[in-house]
Each structure stands twice: as structure tokens, then as C-alpha cells.
Write a protein that binds this ligand. Sequence first.
Ligand code: ADP
Ligand code: UDP
Length: 314
Amino acid sequence: MTSRGRVFARTILRSISQYRDHNVPAAASAANLIKDEVNLARPRSTGLLSGTSERSVLDKAQGGPVWFYAAAGLMAFSTTTVGSASPHTDAEEKGKDFGKIDNTSSRPRVVFVLGGPGSGKGTQCAKIVDNYGFIHLSAGDLLRAEIKSGSPNGNMIQNMIKDGKIVPSEVTVKLLLKAMNEATTDKFLIDGFPRNEENRLAFEKVTGLEPEFILYFDCPLTEMEKRLLGRNEGRVDDNIDTIRKRFKVFIESSLPVIDHYDKLGKTRKVNATKTREEVFKTIEPLFKPFLEKSSCDGLNQTIMQYSSGSAVRD
Ligand SMILES: Nc1ncnc2c1ncn2[C@@H]1O[C@H](COP(=O)(O)OP(=O)(O)O)[C@@H](O)[C@H]1O
Ligand SMILES: O=c1ccn([C@@H]2O[C@H](COP(=O)(O)OP(=O)(O)O)[C@@H](O)[C@H]2O)c(=O)[nH]1
């Protein structure tokens, strides 16, 4: 990050603050998130040219430090196309046609794993991690860890989870960013997030990242209820009252997110009622392309661009 870049980022932060003064709520929450992220990302961004291990994974978003682009509001979303553009694409039907993953890019690659509570997201994520080198970030697990850590937000998060409500985006996005920044790989399975349109917009604004695709586990409520009641993990929300509230929230708030990505041709719908093994077989073709070519070439190219100054956007 050059000093001109820093000056530019500060200017943009100022203009976001001015928007906030004019009561633009999205700009206001973005500005808060961005300020936090500046603090998170800044110490690492000094190592831009000193090798991949020292570069924050998120520094690579859009070929530059994420907080810089977030501050600049230059969210030119990824042009990566994954699979067919037709909506409501069933994974079974599409088979190998999922293959258009941009493995020459060095930016972090994100897959959102969505579906109702108990549809089997966590179960399948574990299998994908074992076989395809992704990092699994469960937003619910991150929130539960935050409660355990004794964070000042702990009580609020606990109450929201008990009541089946969606925790404010500021909290969840910050936890996700921190986990992404600490990760040693750039392939992320983000499980159980975004849960509503506000979550989605907050993540997009702050990271500038668009998911490669959305894995949507389609499962009837009766099956999900049965699975949740048998989960036996001692969770405060796996009781019939909270389960019913979670279903309502899923239908009212989360389905519109799945629909949004559907319209962009990014939703990969999977029949989640099959056995664990059958579901995994169905989704595997979606992940094979990620193994086909290392992203090192793209990464090296990005580092060279930084060396020559051509990737600096001020
Ligand atoms: N395909 C499946 N068939 C039957 N039970 C399943 C299947 N997938 C997951 N389960 C079980 O259902 C429960 C909920 O699964 P989980 O992966 O935790 O769902 P989610 O992460 O979507 O809430 C767990 O007890 C899990 O072992
Ligand atoms: O992005 C998220 C993810 C989870 N939660 C909260 O955490 C609970 C449990 O979510 P998780 O994904 O762990 O459980 P699932 O819905 O898959 O059973 C949800 O009901 C919400 O209260 C949230 O607020 N935002």
C-alpha cells in the first residue's frame, strides 16, 4: 500500500462518513465495519511484496488490500462464471458443467453453504474440507465461540441464538473476516451465512468478494426437524420452540438470499434428503474444478503486478 493509496483510502472513508451524516444506514454500517477492518488488516498489509505467507488472504481480494477497496467503495464484483447461468440449477443435472472456476486468480474463493437448520450443511462441509482443501467457516460456530470467549457481545449473541434470531451483520462479518485473515488457504466454505439480505450486502461491501456459487441444501421441514431433535450436541436452540422460530426466519429471511443468487445463476440446489454419502457424491463435481490447477500462477502474477506498480489503483 503506497502512501498515496493510504491518502485515497482516508479520503474515501471521509466521504463515507459524510454519507453517514446524511443518514444512509448501509453506508454507516459499512463505514463502521471498514474502520474495524482497517485495524485488522493494516499491520499485515506492509508485507505485500514479501511473499505469500505474509500477505493477508483478504489483501488479495480484487488484487489489493480488502480494506482499501472496501473503503473506496469500488466493489466491482468478480466476473468469474461458475457453471450455467440458468436459475434453479440442480447439481445432479449439471454434472461436470460446473467446471468454470477461475483458478488463475489469486483472490480468495468463497462458496456459501446455505440451507435450513438441520439440512446437513455442517456434515457435508466436513467432507469437502477433507477432500478438497477448503477451510470451513461456520458462522454459527464462530458466534458460539465468541460467546465462550467472554466477549462483551456474548450475552446478546446467546439471546439471539436462543430465540432463533439473526445476529447483527456487524458482529458476524467481523468474525468471518478475522477468521479469513488468519487462514492459511484461500478457499473458504462459509456455512450458514449470509442468512438475510443485510448479511449479504454487508459481506459484499466489506470484502468486495462475490461467491463462486451457493450450495443450497434443499430439505423438507419435517426431515430437518427430525434431524435437529436427534442432533444431541447440547445446543440451546435445538428444542422444538426454537426450531420452529428458526424455520420461520429461514423462510422469511434466508430464502430470499438463495433466490437472489438463483437469479444470478449461482445457486446449486442439492436434494439433501438422501444419505450423507449420496449427498456428498452429488456435490463432489462442484468441487473437483478447484483441484485442477493451483492458484500459484495467478498469485505470482499478482505479486509481479504489485512490484511493477500496475496493480495500485490510485
Ligand atoms: N443426509 C443425512 N441424513 C440423515 N441425517 C443427516 C444427514 N446429514 C446430516 N445428518 C444429521 O442431521 C443432523 C443435522 O446435520 P448438520 O450437518 O448439523 O446440519 P446443519 O449444519 O445444516 O444444521 C446431524 O445430527 C447430522 O448427523
Ligand atoms: O450468520 C449467522 C449464523 C448463525 N446465526 C445464529 O446462530 C444460530 C445457529 O446457526 P447455525 O448455522 O450454527 O445452525 P443451523 O441453522 O445450521 O442449525 C442461528 O439460528 C442464528 O441465531 C446468526 O445469527 N448468523
